[in-house]
Design a protein around this ligand. Sequence first.
Ligand SMILES: NC(=O)c1ccc[n+]([C@@H]2O[C@H](COP(=O)([O-])OP(=O)(O)OC[C@H]3O[C@@H](n4cnc5c(N)ncnc54)[C@H](O)[C@@H]3O)[C@@H](O)[C@H]2O)c1
Length: 271
Amino acid sequence: MKELNNKVAVVTGAGSGIGRALAHLLAARGCRLALSDVNEAGLKEAAASCGASEVRTYLLDVSDRDAIYAHADEVAKDFGQVNLIINNAGVALSASVREMTDEDFKWIMDIDFWGVAHGTRAFLPHLIASGDGHVVNVSSVFGLIGVPKQSAYNAAKFAVRGFTEALRQEMQLEGQPVAVSCVHPGGIRTNIANAARMGVSENADAQRKGFDKLAMTTPEKAAETIIRGILRDESRILVGPDAWGIDALNRLLGAAYQPLVARFSRKNLYN
Ligand SMILES: NC(=O)c1ccc[n+]([C@@H]2O[C@H](COP(=O)([O-])OP(=O)(O)OC[C@H]3O[C@@H](n4cnc5c(N)ncnc54)[C@H](O)[C@@H]3O)[C@@H](O)[C@H]2O)c1
């Protein structure tokens, strides 16, 4: 996709943070937009920030498989085509493997992995039919390295990465007109930590404050980086200097990154 003007773009989780900033920038680039979220108020604000562009909003829970498939068909009918799906909706959980509940583990996997997988599969036929499609799946730097208390989020985000990297190769081998990118943001200053679930022993306040201190990139800057990556057809889009640092650490050290991350976590998560 060399240009965005007049393309139909779908953004899940568009009511806040990275999704809302993406909606705003895609509108400025001339996209026609299908925005969805579970948060109706946030969704309306996001649509209002998109100015004069053609914007439709849809209440959608990405953990509901049948709802995503119905949504894909509805968007294709409403707009006549679909070029870009950004599977962005996501939630976070901080809890150890020992303490997290099955319910919280399932909650994360249903939204952060299955939401992305179903979103991809539901929209894929429409993207192929458009003749110029792009799948963008939002993973995380936690899809590159494992981190204490993030095992469920790690599991979902590593799964998104594997799924997305396999899909990119399939599209190329089949000669399909669909590009595929996996996005790995570092810390982005959004609502994600406030909305996160916490395990019983976690100090939620301290963790949220710690996140606010560490998150160095604005959602607007993140959206710019993602859109540049889409236009350059990057397979892996790293967002923020911390994401570049973590990617480098991972490549340089291999599995030996773990003691370093554990030392950082002992200071910040186990006090
Ligand atoms: N903020 C970060 O530091 C960071 C880092 C790495 C990856 N990410 C990923 O970026 C994506 C966007 O997160 P954000 O930081 O903008 O967070 P955010 O909380 O600001 O926005 C997430 C949006 O997803 C929506 N959402 C939650 N559950 C949903 C569901 N079941 N169905 C539909 N929508 C749902 C929320 O209502 C919200 O509007 C997520 O996938 C997140 O995991 C964020």
